[in-house]
Design a protein around this ligand. Structure first.
Ligand code: GTR
Length: 411
């Protein structure tokens, strides 16, 4: 009984730098067998594949089969949206397999003056209609987490929640800077519950399979998969520049944008906004949210194999900076918030720092100094970082910096 109760009690949350354990940061440029990697060629042939393989099998889970878009439908379009500032399109992508089907809807805004603009692609938490007051945005019928302040009841969406998340999406600034914005309600790809009978997973089961195998995809990998399928669609849409799509995400959806950028090299850049544990933050620091805590609260986000590292970070032969390194040499922006200690801002910064030698290989500038910048003093280079004042959120300040960085390094 004692042993049992021990295992249910979780370790205390560490918010004190002096309690961070000593650990060796695994070298991004040293293979698992101890060989030094000193060229782009060796990185791409040997090291990058072995790291990617490890993250697939032990962290996010691998996708069992390829599944392509079965069909897509432009549900609606208007070349005079947002008071004439934008072109709007809503496109449903449909998938079919094993007599099951799934579809999700992309909401796309494009700046009117621009031909083939680059765009930011990011999921939203409560439905496409929450990111704008635009009344033409369709309301999702997918399962949604209740939220009293947004008026979301019975796990379903209606007019009450329209425009409730506009503050996180600087649409006007994005369009004005010449970028498009594409968003998808993440719950349409896989509802964010510990239930594998629904969402995209269920289309790809073998006979009699009811949940992913220990090395198969959790929800984060499923959401990342959805971002890649949106990119497949953009490759067919002449209105956008599919070579300049930036994967963006906040928090769990920032973990998702990182994994999308790591697994799909077509993404031209990646933004991780306050992604924290299992995202940009180093796991071995055990600061704020830990592997044990995240797997306890969200058992469905990672693959089952990742649970081997609950309170056992020592056994991990990688850390999250090596996830970031898989994005090299493409532009990467890691952002933290001062009051978001749960996501470990310092661990997010150090991760960008320790990943940087891989950008160096390509003669691209990463984070050069180990000293964390001051609050609201961004470092802009191919690998960028800022810590802004305030809490776990996406603000105009974040977007202003993402646009500046994208203007220089992606556009
Ligand atoms: C928290 C979780 C974080 C982060 C966040 C979010 O509850 O512990 O890892 O993902 O949710 O997505 O807002």
């Amino acid at each position: 009984i004692f042993m049992l109760s021990m295992s249910i009690v979780q370790s205390q949350t560490v918010y004190d730098e002096s309690k961070v354990p000593n650990f060796k940061v695994p070298d991004a440029l040293l293979t698992f067998k101890g060989k030094k990697i000193n060229s782009v060629k060796k990185w791409e042939k040997v090291r990058r594949p072995e790291l990617l393989h490890y993250f697939k099998n032990k962290v996010y889970g691998r996708i069992p089969k390829t599944l392509e878009i079965d069909s897509y439908t432009v549900l609606e379009e208007d070349s005079n949206a947002l008071n004439g500032k934008a072109k709007r399109k809503q496109i449903a992508l449909s998938f079919k397999h094993n007599n099951k089907s799934l579809s999700f809807t992309i909401l796309l805004y494009l700046p009117k003056e621009e031909q083939n603009p680059p765009l930011f692609l990011g999921y939203n938490f409560y439905g496409n209609h929450t990111i704008t007051n635009d009344e033409a945005v369709l309301i999702s019928t997918a399962w949604t987490r209740n939220n009293e302040s947004f008026g979301i009841k019975n796990n379903s969406l209606d007019e009450a929640s329209r425009g409730k998340r506009t503050h996180r999406w600087a649409i006007e600034k994005i369009l004005k800077a010449g970028y498009g914005l594409a968003t998808i309600y993440y719950g349409e790809v896989d509802p964010d519950t510990n239930d594998f009978s629904d969402g995209i997973h269920s289309l790809l089961y073998n006979k009699n399979q009811t949940q992913p195998k220990p090395d198969e995809w959790g929800s984060i990998a499923a959401w990342s998969w959805g971002m890649s399928r949106a990119l497949d669609y953009f490759e067919k849409d002449k209105d956008v520049n599919a070579n300049k799509v930036i994967a963006f995400g906040h928090s769990r959806l920032g973990k998702t944008s990182l994994w999308a950028g790591a697994t799909d090299q077509r993404f031209a850049g990646v933004i991780s906004n306050n992604s924290g544990c299992g995202g940009a933050a180093l796991s071995k620091r055990k600061f704020g949210e830990t592997i044990e805590k995240i797997n306890h609260s969200f058992p469905h986000w990672f693959c089952d194999n990742f649970k081997q590292f609950n309170n056992n970070e020592e056994a991990l032969v990688v850390d999250q900076h090596q996830l970031l390194s898989l994005i090299a040499p493409r532009p990467l922006y890691v952002a933290s918030a001062e009051e978001d200690q749960w996501a470990d801002p310092k661990g997010e910064f150090l991760s960008a720092y320790y990943a940087s030698p891989v950008w160096d290989l390509y003669n691209k500038q990463g984070i050069e100094h180990m000293q964390m910048p001051k609050v609201n003093e961004p470092i802009h280079s191919t690998v960028s970082y800022h810590i802004r004042s305030g809490k776990h959120d996406v603000t105009d300040y974040d977007w202003e910096n993402y646009i500046k960085w994208a203007d220089t390094f992606v556009k």
